[in-house]
Design a protein around this ligand. Structure first.
Ligand code: C2E
Ligand code: CA
Ligand code: CA
Ligand code: CA
Length: 279
């Protein structure tokens, strides 16, 4: 899995800022990928205070016969542009909920939902279908949405969000800190979880001794406000013991990152559950 996660961009050059393959080529290949079962999910653990396993985030992978494993940053944008995200997104929901049903009671599966997918009129129907097919209790499913997904079409997004919450499904705000939301609005939206963006974690331990790290100050205030509002805080990108210690000191309850585990194939996630003593 280390190799799998080390995948570098071949379809899109981040530095060069251009597509190696045209989006339409990727689109065609992606359609085939879905039909031929080249897509799969990797599961990364979220660990709570005292080492309790809270659940796993489902992360999409594309095992391309020529290009190897391709990460979602490479093809989600194409899937969004082309509208394919709906089919892929509903496959992800079905697959993730079915897998999570095999986990111990109370273990949550977190699924990323793109803005285009969330704003589609059929989204709620697909969500209900996935839960019905898998028979997973709705409180064991958490949808991860970014601030921009929630802002796309505010009236519709808020209505969809209310429907999601009425079903008993959890909602997390992903990549918190890179957008514009204020926490008061999050309270109104009835968000369960805030996921603090990896960039904060990364820069936490970067300050000079004796100076106040601005990221630490931000995280501390977010954690404090979230606690008052009854919102859970998850820190992403926890790579070192130093990150863990500092985040715990700042009051963060739940952690996710390479320190605990890379995203794992479903079978390895099962073994992780056993190892972690949940069974
Ligand atoms: P994200 O939701 O912010 O997911 C976290 C990303 O951070 C994942 O990248 C994960 O592998 C990576 N990560 C986890 N721990 C660490 C760490 O300690 N250090 C570092 N450097 N990275 C870490 P990944 O899997 O490449 O996913 C990238 C993005 O693609 C995700 O960002 C999410 O926005 C999107 N994505 C993934 N799966 C799906 C999906 O099923 N549907 C949609 N719509 N988007 C998805
Ligand atoms: Ca996420
Ligand atoms: Ca994130
Ligand atoms: Ca991200």
């Amino acid at each position: 899995t280390a190799r799998q996660e080390g995948v570098t961009s071949r379809l899109y050059s981040l530095n060069g800022g251009h597509w190696t393959l045209s989006p339409s080529t990727i689109r065609t290949a992606l359609e085939r990928a879905l039909e031929q079962g080249q897509l799969h999910l990797a599961y990364q653990p979220l660990v709570g205070r005292g080492g309790a396993l809270r659940g796993f985030e489902a992360l999409l992978r594309w095992a391309h016969p020529q290009y190897g494993t391709i990460g979602p940053d490479q093809f989600i944008p194409v899937a969004e542009m082309s509208g394919l995200i709906r089919h892929i997104g509903s496959w992800v929901l079905q697959e993730a909920t079915r897998t999570a049903l095999g986990w111990p009671d109370g273990t949550v599966v977190s699924v990323n939902i793109s803005g285009r997918q969330f704003e589609h009129p059929e989204f709620i129907r697909e969500l209900k279908a996935a839960l019905a097919h898998s028979a997973l209790p709705p409180q064991r499913l958490e949808l991860e949405l970014t601030e921009s997904a929630l802002m796309l079409n505010s009236a519709r997004a808020e209505r969809t969000l209310r429907q999601v919450k009425a079903m008993g499904v959890r909602v997390a705000l992903d990549d918190y800190g890179v957008g514009y939301s204020n926490l008061g609005r999050l309270k109104l939206l009835d968000i369960d979880t805030i996921k603090i963006d990896r960039s904060f974690t990364r820069d936490l331990t970067a300050s000079l001794p004796g100076q106040v790290n601005p990221d630490a100050a931000i995280v501390r205030s977010v954690v404090g406000l979230a606690r008052d509002l009854g919102i859970e805080v998850v820190a992403e990108g926890v790579e070192t013991q130093g990150h863990l210690n500092l985040l715990a000191q700042l009051g963060c309850e739940t952690m996710q990152g390479y320190l605990f585990s890379r995203p794992l194939p479903a079978a390895e996630a099962q073994r992780w559950l056993i190892h972690w003593g949940r069974w």
